[in-house]
Design a protein around this ligand. Sequence first.
Ligand SMILES: *[C@@H]1O[C@H](CO)[C@@H](O)[C@H](O)[C@H]1NC(C)=O
Ligand SMILES: *[C@@H]1O[C@H](CO)[C@@H](O)[C@H](O)[C@H]1NC(C)=O
Ligand SMILES: *[C@@H]1O[C@H](CO)[C@@H](O)[C@H](O)[C@H]1NC(C)=O
Ligand SMILES: *[C@@H]1O[C@H](CO)[C@@H](O)[C@H](O)[C@H]1NC(C)=O
Ligand SMILES: *[C@@H]1O[C@H](CO)[C@@H](O)[C@H](O)[C@H]1NC(C)=O
Ligand SMILES: *[C@@H]1O[C@H](CO)[C@@H](O)[C@H](O)[C@H]1NC(C)=O
Ligand SMILES: *[C@@H]1O[C@H](CO)[C@@H](O)[C@H](O)[C@H]1NC(C)=O
Ligand SMILES: *[C@@H]1O[C@H](CO)[C@@H](O)[C@H](O)[C@H]1NC(C)=O
Ligand SMILES: *[C@@H]1O[C@H](CO)[C@@H](O)[C@H](O)[C@H]1NC(C)=O
Length: 398
Amino acid sequence: MENYWTTVILVFLLAAIPASFQYYSDVVAAYNRIAIDCGATKITWDNITTYAWETDDRYIQSGENKLVSISTTRDEMKTLRSFPSGLKNCYNLPLKTLSKYLLRAGFLYGNYDNLQKPPAFGLEVQGNSMNVTVATSLSNDTIYHEFIFTTRKKGNVDVCLVQTQVNQVPFISSLEAKAIDLENSYRFMTENVALYLQSRINYGANSSVPERFAYYVDPYFRVWKPELVPRYRNIDNGFGPITWEWTEIENDPPNVVLDSAIVATNASDSESIFLPINFREKYRVTACFILYFDVSPVQQFVEETSKLDIFIDGQLLNTTQIPRVNRRVVVSMCPVNITGGTANLTISSADNATSPPFLNAIEVYSVIGVSKAAPSSTSLSVLGTFFGLLMCSLHVFL
Ligand SMILES: *[C@@H]1O[C@H](CO)[C@@H](O)[C@H](O)[C@H]1NC(C)=O
Ligand SMILES: *[C@@H]1O[C@H](CO)[C@@H](O)[C@H](O)[C@H]1NC(C)=O
Ligand SMILES: *[C@@H]1O[C@H](CO)[C@@H](O)[C@H](O)[C@H]1NC(C)=O
Ligand SMILES: *[C@@H]1O[C@H](CO)[C@@H](O)[C@H](O)[C@H]1NC(C)=O
Ligand SMILES: *[C@@H]1O[C@H](CO)[C@@H](O)[C@H](O)[C@H]1NC(C)=O
Ligand SMILES: *[C@@H]1O[C@H](CO)[C@@H](O)[C@H](O)[C@H]1NC(C)=O
Ligand SMILES: *[C@@H]1O[C@H](CO)[C@@H](O)[C@H](O)[C@H]1NC(C)=O
Ligand SMILES: *[C@@H]1O[C@H](CO)[C@@H](O)[C@H](O)[C@H]1NC(C)=O
Ligand SMILES: *[C@@H]1O[C@H](CO)[C@@H](O)[C@H](O)[C@H]1NC(C)=O
């Protein structure tokens, strides 16, 4: 009997020691930013963001490195990691605890397996509170899935690729996480929800404007899709060295993004800007709309203060005034119920305003409820924490 208990205690202690070391190493290595070039064998320098993409072997043990068989301008998309075995394969990212992060996973099939069969599979982040379907394609464009969320007490976040259909092998091309550390950013997001990106558009910018910028231009390494809307005036101030910095307004969008806009063609009446916004979810969801207005590029069309009515699916949700002198306004509308599929955004001149409606940029998210229930692996980590503290006090005691 004595032997039995000695064995139990020994086994318990032996199990606890690696757990506590794991805990300490997580705390020490908690990252503000991670950029992973999945499936790569060497570090990739990114001359746009002026940061490096690291290899993924520190974050995952399973899967196979592959090369795409098409040409792509973004180096980190040339390699990927595929997961022919196991239903679920996970990256483990050492992020800071209880912090807001932006996390983006990139997928470019690029016919890497020579089968011309782009797979569909699941992507799960932090337990399965954020789980979505990734449907890849034969297109040369990268498909991104992006979330803004708060990490749990256990800072480490699992990002899992899940096989959901027979013979459809999951893969991933890039994985990035960046702490949202400026106070005025995405302030309406609480710990219990995650934001799932639907659309982030730089209006009035043509395809020669990059989607990404250097760190000192966009503190969050966001991807802003340039878009011209032919039925409106597309105004671009150009993109000069003066604007190479981020703004200090809500969410800190890059100046270069606010330097272009769409303006309704008719200044003399109340012609509206009408933009259907596509949602990945084809069912009823709650959404957040963030509209960025900056008078600077459209000054020639705007008289004094602009007064704009903003409607979603025909419902007036905000009337905002954009003074010509104070020029910048961010309007966040959150939460908004959406029937799913498409939401209609309409911006009109309010009252008798003489200025035409305009819009510089937009971000649209759907809201995912995040249960606080810990995933099963957390119990181990709680043990790790406990023994970490125990070891700490032992240390003090000795
Ligand atoms: C980045 O590198 C690529 C290829 O090496 C080059 O074509 C491109 O012009 C560079 N971009 C910048 C902004 O320096
Ligand atoms: C994708 O890339 C391949 C090879 O680089 C090229 O032949 C093809 O035309 C491209 N397809 C599209 C839709 O751009
Ligand atoms: C997400 O998880 C829930 C619960 O496990 C499941 O019902 C749902 O089908 C999953 N969604 C996707 C897109 O995988
Ligand atoms: C894109 O817009 C910039 C700034 O207005 C302009 O200088 C450039 O000529 C445009 N490029 C194309 C291909 O239209
Ligand atoms: C602008 O609105 C006026 C009055 O509604 C109309 O007569 C005119 O044709 C419109 N101009 C354009 C370019 O749409
Ligand atoms: C959005 O606008 C389109 C075109 O006007 C219309 O058919 C559709 O019913 C609108 N959707 C909603 C949800 O209002
Ligand atoms: C409309 O947006 C402005 C600017 O963000 C904000 O100050 C105002 O409270 C909003 N109005 C409503 C009715 O939500
Ligand atoms: C959105 O829908 C929920 C339930 O479906 C309802 O309780 C809530 O009041 C709605 N919110 C708005 C702003 O309409
Ligand atoms: C709009 O202008 C008309 C005529 O100038 C005036 O009668 C009306 O009161 C104005 N409406 C508002 C809301 O200012």
